[in-house]
Design a protein. Structure first.
Ligand SMILES: Nc1ncnc2c1ncn2[C@@H]1O[C@H](COP(=O)(O)OP(=O)(O)OP(=O)(O)O)[C@@H](O)[C@H]1O
Ligand SMILES: [Mg+2]
Length: 340
């Protein structure tokens, strides 16, 4: 992303479609307790607990294979952990008089999804990916998952339609309301592309975009579902220094819209620029939690990364111990995501 495309505040039309809670870090959006995930004899997550305050960025870091993506998969319904809970407090439905857009939680569909969500929130464990998305959680993937033949705007439309009212009936019954909703979906998709700095790529096939642009397109598609919690799995992987700076601006702009972010990222400097709190995983366990400053000087964290480096898993190109967290910031292709 060039300097000229750094995200601007969202236009009013799009702001209306992203839930805007009164953010308070004391107000939890997610409370993960004792999550344990095993694959045969391998324990991928071992009693993981963390708490995420609404309206902020919580970063999850850790050496390769630490369990970061597995945690995302447990939160989004791709994996079902054997043990533990993950309570989520969706954004409360907006006032019934606020504009009902296709993706607004004020819409009948949104309200029914949130019905029955009390003070205890909802447990995400065991819910299907579709249900989790409708509750207001969206994610991007470590290995980019776009529809490469479809245009950028069509990819975003897929996200926006997740919370649309007409759903499957859209193609069957082209009423005036359905046509209006289609127009709104298209308008919103364009606004989101603008927001992530891809206005000039609207009609381009997703597969023809540069790597960094594809990552931003995935973010636009995820935002299309009007999440109150956005999970980003290594959004800076493979990014240039200037793309990393722009990503920092984009994440801040997303949080300014009232969306809470859970961020997996290896670059501790990028993490420190957006997150006040970090959780460190190693071998499936939480080994430290704290501010970026606390984490950088935590002996257990330093040990975990040095061990990772000794194993040859570090990229070896960066000697700033405790500065660059660990791992090769490539696409991290692991071929495991989404498998049950
Ligand atoms: N579907 C699966 N089947 C078997 N093992 C799995 C599966 N998914 C994850 N694992 C294992 O769980 C552990 C954690 O993997 P995970 O992908 O969550 O790590 P990560 O912290 O995201 O690593 P990276 O930084 O490399 O992306 C690894 O040992 C991995 O091999
Ligand atoms: Mg991963």
């Amino acid at each position: 992303m060039s300097g000229a495309t750094v995200p601007r505040p969202l236009p009013a039309a799009i702001s209306r479609t992203i839930p805007q809670p009164r953010p308070s870090a004391a107000d939890p959006i997610l409370d993960v307790r004792d999550v344990t995930l095993r694959f045969g004899g391998l324990t991928s997550l071992d009693g993981v607990s963390l708490r995420h305050g609404r309206g902020s960025v919580l970063a999850v870091i850790g050496p390769n294979g630490a369990g970061k993506t597995s945690l995302f998969n447990c939160l989004t319904g791709a994996y079902r952990p054997q043990q533990g809970s993950a309570r989520f407090w969706p954004t409360a439905p907006a006032s019934p008089t606020s504009p009902a857009t296709p993706a607004s939680p004020a819409s009948p569909a949104g309200a029914s999804v949130l019905a029955g969500v009390g003070e205890r929130g909802v447990d995400l464990v065991g819910r299907s990916p579709h249900r989790v998305a409708r509750l207001g959680i969206a994610r991007t993937f470590q290995n980019i998952r776009l529809f490469p033949e479809m245009s950028a705007v069509e990819n975003v439309q897929v996200g926006v339609e997740v919370r649309a009212r007409a759903g499957a009936l859209r193609g069957l019954v082209p009423t005036r309301a359905v046509r209006r909703e289609e127009r709104e979906i298209l308008e919103r998709s364009h606004l989101l592309l603008d927001f992530v700095g891809l206005r000039h790529r609207v009609r381009w096939p997703a597969g023809s975009l540069a790597y960094g642009e594809q990552r931003r397109l995935e973010i636009a598609r995820a935002l299309g579902t009007s999440p109150s919690l956005l999970l980003l799995d290594e959004p800076a992987a493979g990014a240039t220094a200037s793309e990393r700076r722009d990503l920092v601006a984009l994440i801040r702009a997303i949080v300014d819209q009232g969306v809470s972010v859970l961020l997996i990222e290896h670059d501790i400097r990028l993490v420190a620029a957006v997150a006040r709190s970090i959780v460190v995983l190693n071998f499936g366990r939480v080994i430290a939690t704290g501010s970026p400053e606390q984490i950088r000087s935590d002996p257990a964290v330093i040990e975990a990364y040095l061990g990772d480096s000794d194993d040859g898993a570090d990229d070896g190109a960066d000697d700033r111990a405790g500065d660059r967290a660990a791992g090769q910031p490539g696409d991290g292709a692991d071929g495991r995501e989404g498998r049950r």
